[in-house]
Design a protein around this ligand. Structure first.
Ligand code: AHR
Length: 500
């Protein structure tokens, strides 16, 4: 068994964990809204048509903020269609379906508040204008006495919604986007929209679109050029990244979080380069507003779009996640925690049915995928301060990555001084013995160790077997002077809570 040393010191902190790194995303796409969070006539649905079983699972996931309403969808979306009584049906060119607008801004906002989440609202800067972006801020947040604020009041919401975080469009570098722009064009329009939106409500925070992934040919140049135009008027830059394992090379797949780390560091460096160039005092933060594993459903989606074009609520992007996908999700969360000083928002894409931790059957039950567990555990236990994990682990090369540590870990400390360690053993063959050196901490009174493991890397949860992959508590000695060894089984996600 390999011995791995982890040193944690209460004085060595990366930074405060912004709880919004456990956020999520609901797009008008596939069955995320219709048949996901909302299903009129479902046995568990409330009067407004929102599924009660899904609400319970979302609450359990403990989601601080939800990005809405897209995604690619937002680049052709007219927000006024989604409020008031007159709701037109529209062709959605992003996903080749029909949007009924049955669920709109008010319904989603009320639902989000009920499940305990803030709304992160994306405005349309594809086909939309700075004027329309300003109008929606006025509609949501202005107290009254103006056209759009009074429209909100007439639509039944007297108090302003107080939405704090807005995305300035979505993936505007992508040719698949309605209203794709060059970096300069986008930087200019984002800057003008941002100015007007903040004039209406100076309390809002704005996310500028970074590249739609680090694989884009314009990555880097895009960030540099567009930020040169809008740096002073925005607060965050977005990052999006999805990974897959189509070649079934699990070692390489599990090393993808190293690429994620590099992506974060490069975007942070570009933000700081623009800061230097502008002699600005302002620091930009990162909003990783789309991240996940996504590849299982890609083939079948093309077929569905070809055969059922324009049908509403098509079953698109319904990836069924494996146990190894859950390990990568855990590694991605560890990476966000290790970059807590810079990454302030991260939204798993998406919440229900669409590349999601929660699945439903229309008229039937809801259940949790394998990927639900690491996100749920981190959101519940990974708050407070992110501690610097000084880890000595053996390393190996994979097809695309060099020096991949066998074990990766992050640790948080809450206000009471309780410490939680999140660790993944990437090895598919060998267990690891984690030796925790907790030099500056007083004795802990109790310890709890939860493990997510399955002998079959491709194991999944289904409606018929929803608990096939789920965490189990394993015995752990109460820590003595400094904690003793903890076994991290091969291919496992581990949460070790040390309680005072
Ligand atoms: O999350 C699915 C899609 O992925 C989003 O609509 C888009 O922004 C990204 O390309």
């Amino acid at each position: 068994m390999q011995k791995i040393k982890l040193v944690l010191d209460r004085d060595y902190a990366i930074g405060a964990v912004d709880e919004r790194i456990y956020s999520n995303f609901v797009e008008h796409l596939g069955r995320c809204v219709y048949g996901g969070i909302y299903e009129k006539g479902h046995p568990t649905s409330d009067e407004a048509g929102f599924r009660g079983d899904v609400k319970e699972l979302v609450k359990k996931l403990n989601v601080p903020m939800i990005r809405y309403p897209g995604g690619n969808f937002v680049s052709g979306f007219c927000w006024e269609d989604s409020v008031g009584r007159d709701r037109p049906r529209r062709l959605d060119l992003a996903w080749l379906t029909t949007e009924t607008n049955e669920v709109g801004l008010h319904e989603f906002y009320d639902w989000a508040r009920e499940v305990g989440s803030q709304v992160m609202y994306a405005v349309n800067l594809g086909t939309g204008t700075p004027q329309a972006a300003k109008d929606v801020v006025e509609y949501c947040n202005h107290p009254g006495g103006s056209k759009y604020a009074d429209m909100r009041i007439a639509n039944g919401k007297k108090e302003p919604m107080g939405i704090r975080t807005f995305c300035l469009g979505n993936e505007m570098d992508g040719p698949w986007q309605m209203g794709q722009k060059t970096a300069y064009e986008y930087g200019r329009v984002a800057s003008e929209a941002a100015k007007m939106m903040k004039w209406v409500d100076p309390a809002i925070e704005l996310v500028a679109c970074g590249s739609s992934s680090s694989q884009m040919p314009t990555f880097g140049e895009w960030e540099l050029t567009m930020l040169s135009e809008c740096y002073d008027n925005v607060d965050y830059v977005s990052l999006h990244r999805y990974y897959g394992n189509p070649d079934h090379n699990t070692e390489d797949f599990l090393a993808s979080s190293m690429d994620l780390d590099e992506f974060i560091k490069i975007v942070a460096s570009i933000c700081d380069a623009v800061k230097g160039k502008k002699r600005s005092k302002k620091r930009l933060y990162l909003s990783f507003d789309e991240w996940n594993v996504w590849y299982h459903s890609l083939g079948q989606d093309e077929e569905i779009k070809r055969q059922r074009r324009w049908e509403p609520a098509l079953p698109l992007l319904e990836d069924v996640y494996t146990f190894e996908d859950a390990l990568l999700v855990g590694l991605m969360i560890i990476t966000f925690l290790k970059n807590a000083d810079r990454v302030k928002i991260a939204c798993m894409a998406q919440l229900v049915n669409v590349i999601a931790p929660i699945m439903t059957r229309n008229g039937g039950p809801a259940w949790t995928q394998t990927t639900f567990w690491p996100l749920m555990q981190a959101s519940s236990m990974g708050r407070g301060i992110s501690l610097l994990p000084i880890l000595s682990s053996p390393k190996a090369d994979t097809k695309h990555y060099n020096d991949v540590p066998m074990v990766d870990a992050a640790a948080t400390m809450d206000e009471q001084g309780n410490v939680t360690v999140f660790a993944v053993n990437r090895s598919l063959e060998e267990d690891a013995e984690l030796l925790m050196d907790l030099r500056s901490f007083d004795k802990f009174a109790a310890a709890v160790h939860s493990v997510l493991h399955h002998e079959d890397l491709k194991a999944v949860n289904t409606e018929a077997d929803p608990d096939n992959v789920r965490p189990k508590a394993v015995p752990i000695p109460v820590p003595g002077d400094g904690i003793d060894a903890v076994c991290l089984g091969k291919a496992s996600w581990n949460v070790i809570q040390l309680k005072r």
